[in-house]
Design a binder for this molecule. Sequence first.
Ligand code: HEC
Length: 156
Amino acid sequence: MRRFAVLLALTSSHAIVACGPAPETQDEAQAPTRADSVAMAMQAFDEAVFDTIAWESDEARSERGRLVFNISCSKCHGLHGGGDGGFVTQGDTLRPPSFLQSGWRFAETPMDLRRYIFSGSVAGMPYWGLVGLKYRDIDAVAYFIETPLRAGISAP
Ligand code: HEC
């Protein structure tokens, strides 16, 4: 329902822009900024959806997560989540934080991890919930990071 409202808002704002007088710097006026997209994703996120996701086994969940991670995450985060994927953008190599630190910010907060993956950040983390990852795959990849990537890493 919430999602629908966001979509509706998007569609109608487009319609208004399309019918109104053309602003001088049309591209700038229309292009949503990265911060807008992150904010929109934060709003669309619905944690109740995770209650409806069932996995036949932990292995199936982890294997799906590994696949998603290898394809969608490792180029920036590295194959083992160390932050060493080496992805180059705008002349810079991204250096995301390692997932393997003992006091990692999401170590104790699984839902916050899923929300973050869904919403991204203004500093270069894609807002996956808006650009193609389903809740099921967000759950799988979060689980893959929690177990097995972080297996054996204890709290400080
Ligand atoms: C285009 C590069 C890129 C890709 C692809 C990418 N990320 Fe990120 N990610 C980043 C950057 C850059 C940051 C740091 C952002 C910041 O500091 O706000 C980040 C941060 C994170 C964090 C927070 C880490 C922390 O300790 O603060 C998590 C969790 C995360 N990404 C998960 C994922 C997952 C899961 C995927 C795949 C579905 C993914 N990322 C794909 C660039 C990427």
